[in-house]
Design a protein around this ligand. Structure first.
Ligand code: PSV
Ligand code: MN
Length: 402
């Protein structure tokens, strides 16, 4: 492949990092604080800026409300702070799952006052933060569902969700969109109101063109063919975004690539193929997908884990760009299954690291981001400064399931 074309493709890749990936993340059994981890939103922005400085592909950071707070509620100041650090604020994620009043659901709760509370949070509080920070994405995930058969009327809940999202949709700021994330189970263990891509797509189709499906790679049952889901959503023009992470069992929230790197390559392969497709809907859709991480780097240093993840997705994307599309089309047209698979394997087995190092050097970035960060002294500086600021014991809090 022509180097210019390859480098131009690398130039286009972007991936958003989550504010909650820099703070105290863990599992529902607890979390292990990492020294120097971010505690305030200002510190999370600082960390996100460091990841962008070393990788060059992570210019925005997603916020989770109210895990993230702005001092004196001044969100414009947080936007200015992000600008100053050379990044921007990306998706705003409302939290409609942690408050105890949501124990029977938020948008689908049987109680009208609880539904109203969830709608106000999404349609008013979070859209106001979008306006103040310049965010163009409202990213929705619901833990709504039931834990026991008979607990609630599943069809009534479906209609409550539709009604709630109509209100949220109507309150979206101009030029913004709404992403609807699905999850097969957890925290609801009997039924989940938005359990799969089909339920999310149905909702989006009812709402309008500004509503699109978000695929979190951890939110599928074992063996699920995620790249097929990606292909269907692209073809329908409704793939809005991703939350990348890795799963071995359920929603493990491991860092991306930890378990099945080939799956990530196959997902990127569908996206790159759609971008190049003559089909206008799929091609336009692929070009506006919002890529984000949503992972809990428990046991890893947060910034190191995020740099490692960014480098990994860059490698998988680069391999997907290298797929010989003409050879693939030829093999498919001849019904040559073995050669078609080998075209993908050839690209996947290409060692793209030297080419990525060259691309980074050309951009003025360190050839090996993780190594460069590790020798930069920034980690030690943050540990020292934050221990002074918060006290050595206050290793951080403010995010993740704890
Ligand atoms: C739920 O498991 C989820 O994937 C949603 O995106 C939440 O907003 C996020 O995790 C919280 O970490
Ligand atoms: Mn997610």
């Amino acid at each position: 492949m022509d180097k210019k074309v390859f480098f131009a493709a690398l130039d286009r890749q972007r991936i958003e990092t989550p504010s909650w990936g820099y703070s105290n993340c863990g599992t529902r059994f607890g979390s292990i604080p990492a020294p120097g981890q971010a505690k305030t939103l200002d510190e999370k922005l600082e960390d996100a800026a460091i990841v962008h400085r070393f990788t060059g592909i992570c210019p925005s950071v997603a916020l989770h409300i109210p895990w993230d707070t702005a001092p004196n509620g001044d969100w414009e100041a947080m936007k200015r702070r992000a600008d100053q650090l050379g990044i921007r604020i990306g998706a705003i994620n409302p939290n409609v799952f942690q408050d105890k009043r949501y124990c029977l659901g938020s948008a689908c709760s049987p109680f009208a006052d609880v539904r109203a509370m969830a709608i106000t949070h999404m349609a008013q509080e979070c859209t106001a933060i979008m306006r103040a920070t310049g965010s163009d994405t409202l990213s929705l995930w619901f833990g709504d569902g039931t834990n026991y058969p008979g607990q609630d009327d599943m069809r009534a809940r479906k209609r409550r969700m539709e009604a709630a999202l109509k209100e949220v949709y109507a309150g979206l700021p101009a030029n913004s969109r709404m992403l609807v994330e699905y999850k097969c189970f957890e925290p609801s263990f009997y039924h989940t109101d938005i359990q799969d891509w089909g339920s999310a797509l149905l909702l989006c189709q009812k709402l309008g063109p500004k509503a699109q499906v978000l695929v979190d790679t951890g939110h599928h049952l074992s063996g699920c063919n995620i790249e097929h889901i990606v292909a269907i959503l692209l073809d329908e023009g409704r793939l809005g975004g991703f939350h990348f992470n890795a799963r071995k069992y359920a929603d493990d929230d491991l860092t991306v690539g930890a378990i099945n790197p080939y799956e990530m390559f196959l997902i990127y392969n569908e996206l790159v193929a759609a971008e190049l497709d003559s089909d206008a809907v799929a091609s336009a859709c692929a070009k506006q997908v919002a890529y984000m991480f949503d992972q809990s780097p428990t046991l890893k240093h947060r910034i190191e884990a995020t740099i490692q993840s960014a480098v990994f997705v860059q490698e998988m994307y680069a391999k997907a760009v290298l797929v010989d599309r003409a050879a693939l089309a030829k093999a498919r047209a001849a019904g040559d299954v073995t050669s078609a698979e080998d075209v993908l394997k050839d690209a996947y087995n290409t060692d793209v690291r030297p080419m990525l190092a060259e691309w980074r050097t050309a951009k003025g970035l360190a050839a090996e981001p993780l190594k460069a960060y590790r020798v930069s002294g920034l980690k030690e500086k943050a540990i020292e400064e934050r221990a002074k600021r918060h006290g050595a014991a206050a290793a951080g809090s403010g995010g993740g399931f704890q």
